[in-house]
Design a protein. Structure first.
Length: 186
């Protein structure tokens, strides 16, 4: 169900879109790709690019993480099609620091350690959180994909206490991962 209709007249100003998609590769790895765009609904002047028209991306950026079955980043590709400053693409080589990192608990902290502030690009770093989620969904459910046996992989440890559904004393853990259940035993 979408949000309710606003009771006050309004007009759009800014739209950020982040799209993530995953691909199974023939070498047994996965490509997890993200695309971010920022657009305004009005024209404005940018010192580097001149006039930016309504709907023209101020930011248009891409990331591909190649991940193995242990959630380790094997390769990284980053590209900026549009940015507000000439210097924006100069930080892209720093994203190679993601190679060797494991997607899982602590991912966001490790990304910040390597790429926060002047060591990265805030927009590209913003994309890494949803990309990690897509990677987890991709690999965890890879056996459910067409041609892969039709069963969900059980990861070594469920995402305990990451949201109310995965509460260690809740029904999901009790029924799906009883070894991790911390609630009252029947």
């Amino acid at each position: 169900m979408p949000l309710s209709t606003s009771k006050v007249d309004r007009e759009p100003i800014h739209t950020r879109s982040i799209e993530c998609q995953s691909y199974g590769r023939t070498d047994g790895k996965w490509d997890i790709e993200g695309h971010l765009t920022d657009v305004k609904s009005y024209p404005f002047t940018n010192n580097f690019r001149g006039e930016i028209k309504p709907g023209e991306p101020l930011h248009d950026m891409w990331i591909r993480l190649t991940v193995d079955s242990k959630f380790i980043v094997q390769d990284v590709e980053v590209h900026t099609d549009a940015g507000p400053y000439q210097l924006c693409p100069s930080i892209l080589p720093n994203f190679q620091k993601l190679k060797g990192l494991k997607i899982g608990p602590g991912w966001n902290r490790r990304v910040r350690e390597k790429l926060s502030g002047v060591h990265g690009c805030a927009h590209l770093v913003d994309m890494l959180r949803p990309l990690a989620t897509v990677a987890l969904h991709t690999i965890q459910f890879s056996n459910s994909a067409p041609g892969h046996g039709g069963k969900q992989l059980k990861t070594s440890r469920p995402p305990i206490n990451t949201c109310h559904v995965w509460s260690s004393d809740g029904e999901m853990i009790r029924s799906e991962y009883p070894d991790y259940y911390t609630g009252d035993k029947p």
